[in-house]
Design a protein around this ligand. Sequence first.
Ligand SMILES: C[S@@+](CC[C@H](N)C(=O)[O-])C[C@H]1O[C@@H](n2cnc3c(N)ncnc32)[C@H](O)[C@@H]1O
Length: 300
Amino acid sequence: MNGATPHIVQYQGSKRNLAPQILQYIPKRFNRLIEPFAGMAAITIAVAKQRRADHYLLNDLNEPLVNVLKECIKHPQRLIDDYTRVWSEQLTYQGGSVEHFYKVRDDFNKGNQSAANMLYLLARCVKGSVRYSSSGQFNQSPDKRRMGTNPKNLARNVFLISSYLKDKTEFSSVDYREVTRNARRGDVVYMDPPYQGVCSSRDCRYFSGIDFNDFVECVDDLNRRGIDFIISYDGTCGDKQYGIDLPEELGLRKIMLNAGLSSQSLLLGKKETTVEALYLSHHLREAVAPIAQEQLLFAL
Ligand SMILES: C[S@@+](CC[C@H](N)C(=O)[O-])C[C@H]1O[C@@H](n2cnc3c(N)ncnc32)[C@H](O)[C@@H]1O
């Protein structure tokens, strides 16, 4: 049960590397973990590995992504078989493996959004980052140096993740507010919304996807209903700050986590540390924070 937390596939913005730090602020035992912005669910997988909660709810607006999680957890062997079929095709595809990626991408955009196709696109595309055109077409390019996760390596992780979460997990693909509205006392809500900015001075794209004021309203509602929550929310890189702070009136505790050297900066020849903010709800800041003494060094 030791070792790194397994993941299905790399995903841009994944909290896998930060999971050990974030888990210090999550209670040891509780009823249900809700992830409204699940992505590839790094925190849910880490919490389930330690059997801290009895139930889990995974949601992401991106439905094909949720289908990858669902298939992995409910039907691991089927996902591995289907992925193996798609992945292996590239080895004999006329035109080579890059052309094969474009063929699968075309199929996906024409409506064949099976979990295996989504997983293959994620495994083979640049930085595991999904990108869609304004008309909703998946338009990320393939990483030409890699063939994508080998099915043999994938299988072990998929079975492990399934063993942690099978028969305990609900899935949905709706706006985060629909999910948080149904949260109850006893749940812990972990929210990792899309970044407000990315860490690169040359290319500071703003891909938000959610409205700041709507998000603050949602957090305020959880506060009023006494529901425990944790938010990962933008951060700083070098001397740059990304994203607007959440308002002080919400009464949250802000902790800065050291996310290590920024890979974006390294590409630009700079060594800069990325720091990511974590906000704790009122009750959690009292109940859980004292166990994470070393993190107080970073606490604001
Ligand atoms: C930073 S990523 C989460 C990464 C995740 N913590 C992980 O470890 O893989 C944010 C996710 O929010 C999803 N998202 C964006 N807008 C959303 C919305 N309105 N409701 C629910 N999910 C949304 C995106 O599809 C994306 O997967």
